[in-house]
Design a protein around this ligand. Structure first.
Ligand code: PXL
Length: 266
């Protein structure tokens, strides 16, 4: 059996629900060997982010070079990149090492409002990272910021996906979790056709790290050779179950349940 590998380039969440920690847990559950390049260390729990400590560009570069020099990877997932210089560095390394299967989760703001990407870095993301991406996975507020348009419904989500496609990303997945109503639609656009996955909306406060977890599941699936449609379905199912079987940890927005997906397969 061959071993598939994925590299996450993201921030560390001391609370274990989002960021690097969510990515590694998700890779592990999907039987993909996880590697990391940490862009920032956050001090946080389910109540919020207390502090953010970005790593130096040199430290990030050394991590990426070390993984590339010896191990290589079948997929890359990017999460919290914090500033424009880090965005540019990551885009240049993806190109240099000819990495493919690139999942860009354009993380911008934590639930409590802490900035995980500086405002001026959004432009760098559009310019450098989107053209390198196999798929980007914004939620509705992130898709609004990147596309420059307001999104109220699925028709708007489709229009925003078409705008984002023009930035050179091969596939766009806009997640509908920030919408309203009892059901929600996640949307995939590959430049030609749309695929919609609908589900019941789950009402719980324990949704910390859902975006990271979704993108990590997509990256793990692509690492294993799945099509983008299959990866989209796996990501959706993984996160749906992780929210439905939530763990009730901490007093605020708790983490999701990363082992629910595998338990459902037993
Ligand atoms: O879910 C977005 C996110 C990504 N990365 C890190 C985070 C968060 C949200 O809090 O802390 C490190």
């Amino acid at each position: 059996m061959s071993t598939f590998k994925a590299l996450t380039i993201a921030g560390s969440d001391s609370g274990g629900g989002a960021g690097i920690q969510a990515d590694l847990k998700t890779f592990q559950e999907l039987k993909v060997f996880g590697m990391t390049a940490i862009t920032a260390v956050t001090a946080q729990n389910t109540l919020g982010v207390d502090a953010v400590y970005p790593m130096s560009l040199e430290a990030i570069e050394k991590q990426l070079d070390a993984v590339a020099a010896d191990m290589g990877t079948d997929a890359v997932k990017t999460g919290m990149l914090f500033n424009g210089e880090i965005v540019e560095l990551v885009a240049s390394k993806i190109k240099k090492y000819n990495w493919s299967q690139i999942v860009v989760d354009p993380v911008m703001i934590a639930k409590g409002g802490a900035a995980l990407l500086q405002k001026e870095a959004v432009d760098a993301m559009r310019r450098y990272l989107l053209p390198a991406a196999t798929v980007i996975t914004p939620n509705i507020p992130e898709a609004e910021e990147l596309s420059g348009m307001k999104i109220k419904d699925v028709v708007d989500m489709k229009a925003a996906a078409e705008i984002l496609y023009e930035y050179g990303t091969k596939n766009i997945i806009i997640k509908g979790g920030h919408g309203i109503g009892d059901s929600l639609t996640d949307l995939l656009f590959d430049g030609q056709k749309f695929m919609e996955l609908e589900s019941k909306r789950l009402f719980t406060k324990n949704t910390h790290g859902t975006g990271c977890t979704f993108a990590a599941a997509v990256a793990a699936s692509l690492a294993k050779g799945s099509s983008i449609e299959e990866a989209f379905q796996t990501g959706k199912e993984f996160v749906y179950l992780a929210i439905r079987k939530d763990l009730h940890i901490g007093k605020g927005h708790g983490p999701t349940n990363h082992w629910a997906y595998q338990e459902s397969k037993k």
